[in-house]
Design a protein around this ligand. Structure first.
Ligand SMILES: Nc1ncnc2c1ncn2[C@@H]1O[C@H](COP(=O)(O)OP(=O)(O)OP(=O)(O)O)[C@@H](O)[C@H]1O
Ligand SMILES: [Mg+2]
Length: 457
């Protein structure tokens, strides 16, 4: 029996009752509301697997609910119901991002099919995203591109370090490839068939991070409805990557230190001591010595982590790697996007070698991906395809030439990237120009693989 939770929004009571009954019978969990405003509140406070909304409602209509849902829960599919079906409304609802629309009146069978199809579509999308991320993330040292002296040395050390069980601290600027190195260590270690679990210490608040790391018992705090295993336990037998370790709150550091020293943990709200067998790999792009001086990082924790240190040098210190990395990214994104780009012009390469790369390999990767995605009918990328290197000042904003036959998704991606380029990467301006929220823009960019590194003060 399906157990998905569906939110129904319709100002017509009879319709709500019909839907609730039909869907209850199919085993779905149902929450109903008669207006858009309450629906938005519900979306903020609960999670739903699907939203079924009427189109014409006052004062907030179905499209508005759809738009809000895309900001609050972009993964949740929305089906719009309408009694006033015209081709135009159908097209505009689909364009706004609804997965489907239903023309009233409809039978319970039609409803069932539409809902199943929408849930299936979303499930496949989520699965694809996961698999793609997994595929992208699995990397051995041979996938670490670069044959500069520094990289050769790093790869050689990596293989030695991988076989040991020691804690490793990987240091280096943002985007240099620290996570890549961490993965390569795990997948070349005797623990490679056990889990590799990552926790981003910067992304979570201190209390959430605590329960992510150590887990919690049922009832440990409001909202702890079930026992939850922490990442230490999930990583048992394998490796735990503590990403951006400098960001871990000082109050949480003693507990982490204890876990590393004693090799045992206690879940939040629990009394049982659980032994753990986990290899710790930590990364940082901040200067931990400075953090110690400032009092935001404990010295004893630093010593405990700093058993083996690996330093991944910035790209500007190993510019010999740029041609090889560029070739690799051109091929990779060309394949992924069904393009036939073979390389870049000499002039463009000179510009890449000239540049300082504050965002390191990630920045290079993003620039090449964007250039490949935007390139039309060419085999060689030219200097002016590498948007970022164009001289300052006025940028030509070509009327987008959308070739017939490209999908709506491709056209959207292209338009977003072109506008972003036109706005010099300014997301607020870009979102404004496109008439979407910054959050939607971020989500889209994330979806295209342009996860921007966090800005740090
Ligand atoms: N040597 C390399 N070969 C191929 N791809 C690389 C290399 N170095 C980095 N990358 C790619 O660049 C991107 C950034 O790398 P990674 O996430 O490992 O950086 P990081 O040092 O962890 O950055 P941050 O400090 O911002 O977290 C990733 O997509 C990664 O696959
Ligand atoms: Mg990282």
């Amino acid at each position: 029996m399906p157990k998905e939770k569906i939110l129904i929004i319709d100002d017509d009571q009879l319709m709500r009752e019909f839907l609730e009954e039909a869907l209850n019978r199919l085993g779905y969990k149902i929450v109903t509301t008669s207006n858009g405003k309450e629906a938005i509140n519900l979306l903020k406070n609960q999670s739903f697997d699907l939203i079924l909304t009427d189109l014409k409602m006052e004062p907030i209509d179905g499209i508005e609910v759809l738009k809000k849902s895309q900001q609050i829960c972009p993964e949740t599919p929305v089906i719009i119901m309408t009694a006033y079906a015209t081709i135009e409304t159908a097209i505009s609802t689909l364009k706004s991002g609804a997965v489907d629309y239903l023309i009233k009146p409809f039978t319970p069978e039609t409803l069932e099919i539409a809902i199943k199809r929408a849930l299936e579509k979303t499930r496949i999308k989520a699965e694809n995203k996961f698999l793609r991320a997994e595929l992208r993330s699995y990397m051995g040292p041979s996938d670490m591109i670069g044959n500069s002296k520094a990289m050769k040395e790093l790869k050689k050390n990596l293989l030695k370090i991988a076989t040991s069980n020691s804690t490793v601290l990987i240091r280096g600027e943002t985007g240099v490839g620290k996570e890549l190195v961490a993965r390569a260590i795990h997948y070349n270690s005797p623990r490679k068939d056990k889990p590799f679990i990552k926790v981003n210490c910067a992304a979570l608040s201190s209390s959430i991070l605590e329960s992510e790391l150590f887990g919690h018992e049922k009832g440990a705090f409001t909202g702890a409805h079930e026992r939850k295993l922490g990442r230490f336990e999930l990583a048992n037998g394998g490796s735990l990557l503590l990403d951006e370790i400098s960001e871990i709150h000082i109050d949480l550091q003693p507990k982490l230190l204890r876990a590393l020293q004693e090799k045992e943990i206690e879940r939040v709200g629990g009394t049982e001591t659980i032994p753990i067998n986990v290899r710790i790999i930590a990364t940082t792009n901040r200067n931990l010595e400075e953090a110690i001086e400032k009092g935001t990082f404990r010295e004893d924790l630093f010593f405990r982590l700093n058993v083996i240190t690996m330093h991944v040098p910035p790209l500007r210190e190993r510019k010999e790697d740029i041609p090889e990395l560029t070739e690799y990214f051109v091929k990779k994104f060309s394949n992924e996007n069904g393009k036939h780009i073979e390389g870049i012009s000499q002039e463009a390469m000179e510009a890449l070698l000239e540049y300082d790369w504050p965002g390191n390999v990630r920045e290079l990767q993003n620039i090449i991906e964007r250039a490949v995605v935007l390139a039309e009918n060419k085999k060689i990328l030219e200097l002016n395809d590498l948007g970022f290197l164009k001289s300052m000042g006025i940028k030509p904003f070509h009327r987008s030439s959308f070739t017939r036959g490209i999908t709506l998704h491709e056209a959207e991606k292209k338009l977003i990237l072109q506008t972003l380029e036109y706005c010099n990467g300014n997301k607020t301006k870009t979102a404004e120009m496109l008439g979407i929220s910054v959050r939607t823009l971020r989500n889209k960019l994330h979806e295209y693989g342009f996860a921007q590194p966090k800005k740090k003060k």
